[in-house]
Structures are given as structure tokens and as C-alpha cells.
Design a binder for this molecule. Structure first.
Ligand SMILES: CC(C)(COP(=O)(O)OP(=O)(O)OC[C@H]1O[C@@H](n2cnc3c(N)ncnc32)[C@H](O)[C@@H]1OP(=O)(O)O)[C@@H](O)C(=O)NCCC(=O)NCCS
Length: 168
């Protein structure tokens, strides 16, 4: 598991998103062809490099669980550790059981480094199934290579943090 010494390049810093990040976040997410729904800037963390938005990612809250989503690093900043730093930060910030969906084995391996494990659709929490059902259907019907993953470490940790607003 990758927990070791994650650092950001000089000139980069992480912070919670604010309302001015709303459109830059949307553009990053759309540019990466990720799910463009449920992009509430209040749930996002961003990495700024040289005063530009270089990466974003969010924790969506559902009943009793959270989803790590919308993780994007701007093309010019990839392969310099930003995605790993943000992933570890979101794990550390999560306040309950954490799940995600990703496309393809390469991304699944990226998340496995942090301790995520693959999980069957049938074993997902009930509150998450409606959202992930479409990907599940795509996987079954047209073999979309979607992978559902669970981070088993957040159940007993990070619990003294205030819960994020629920999304029902
Ligand atoms: C996946 C992503 C966030 C990684 O960010 P990053 O800052 O480039 O990643 P890091 O520099 O921290 O880590 C690099 C590692 O990630 C792997 N990686 C880079 N891009 C990847 C990609 N598109 N898919 C899977 N793994 C990727 C590299 O193999 C590299 O591994 P290495 O350390 O063995 O060389 C970035 O490529 C991205 O924004 N992709 C498009 C959006 C996306 O697919 N997001 C994930 C949604 S589930």
C-alpha cells in the first residue's frame, strides 16, 4: 500500500475548493470525460500549482458512506504525484466507508496502491447501488470495463471529523 512520503511539487498546494473553483472544476472533469453530474464545489478539494487549478477530486456523501470521485489532474501536471497526493488526502479526509468506481484495470491498479480492493456490485452498500447501477448494466450488457472498489480502512478511522452533507 502506498502511504509513504507523498509530497507535492514546489509551487503546488492543496486546499478546499471555493465557489470560484466551480467552473474550473467542471471544465477539468468534462475534459477528462468523467461523470459530469453531482459536481458540487463544496465537496471538492483542489491542488493549485503556480496559481492555476491543476487537480481536483471530491468526496460525495450518501447515506452512511462516501464515494471518492471526479479525480482529475490537468494533462500538463500528470505523472508528478498530484493524483496520488490527492487520493491519499481524500482517503485521510473521509469520514466513513469509502467506495469508488473506475474504468479499466490500469486505474484499478492505481487505486490498489492506496489499499482499495475490488468489490462486486452485489456487495456494494444499498445507498450506492442506484448510482452505480448504470455502470453495472453497461458492464453486463456491453462489457464496459468498470471496476467497483472499496477502501476497507476508513470504517474505524477518521470518525471524529464532521460528516459531509448528505446527498440523497
Ligand atoms: C489517473 C490520474 C488522476 C493520475 O494522476 P497523476 O497525477 O498523473 O498520477 P501520479 O503522478 O500521482 O501517479 C502516477 C501513476 O499513476 C499511473 N497513471 C497515470 N495516469 C493514469 C491513468 N490514466 N490511468 C491509470 N493509471 C495512471 C501511472 O502509471 C503512474 O504510475 P507509476 O508511478 O508506476 O509511474 C490522471 O491520469 C488523470 O487525471 N486521468 C484522467 C481522469 C481519470 O481517469 N481519473 C480517474 C477517475 S476514476
Amino acid at each position: 500500500m502506498q502511504q509513504k512520503n507523498l509530497t507535492l511539487p514546489s509551487g503546488c498546494s492543496i486546499r478546499r475548493a471555493n465557489s470560484e473553483d466551480n467552473w474550473p472544476i467542471r471544465l477539468l472533469v468534462l475534459g477528462a470525460k468523467l461523470d459530469p453530474t453531482q459536481l458540487r464545489w463544496e465537496q471538492f478539494w483542489v491542488i493549485e500549482c503556480d496559481r492555476q487549478l491543476a487537480a481536483c477530486g471530491q468526496l460525495r456523501s450518501f447515506a452512511g458512506i462516501q464515494e471518492l470521485g471526479s479525480l482529475v489532474v490537468a494533462k500538463a501536471w500528470r505523472d508528478r504525484g498530484l493524483g496520488s497526493f490527492l487520493t491519499q488526502h481524500l482517503i485521510n479526509t473521509a469520514t466513513g466507508p469509502l467506495y469508488l468506481e473506475c474504468l479499466g484495470q490500469r486505474l484499478a491498479e492505481f487505486y490498489q496502491r492506496f489499499g482499495f480492493v475490488q468489490v462486486a456490485f452485489e456487495d456494494l452498500p444499498r445507498s450506492l447501488k442506484p448510482k452505480f447501477r448504470w455502470s453495472h448494466l453497461g458492464k453486463k450488457l456491453i462489457r464496459v470495463p468498470v471496476v467497483f472498489m472499496h477502501y476497507p480502512g476508513t470504517e474505524a478511522t477518521n470518525l471524529n471529523q464532521p460528516p459531509l452533507q448528505e446527498e440523497i
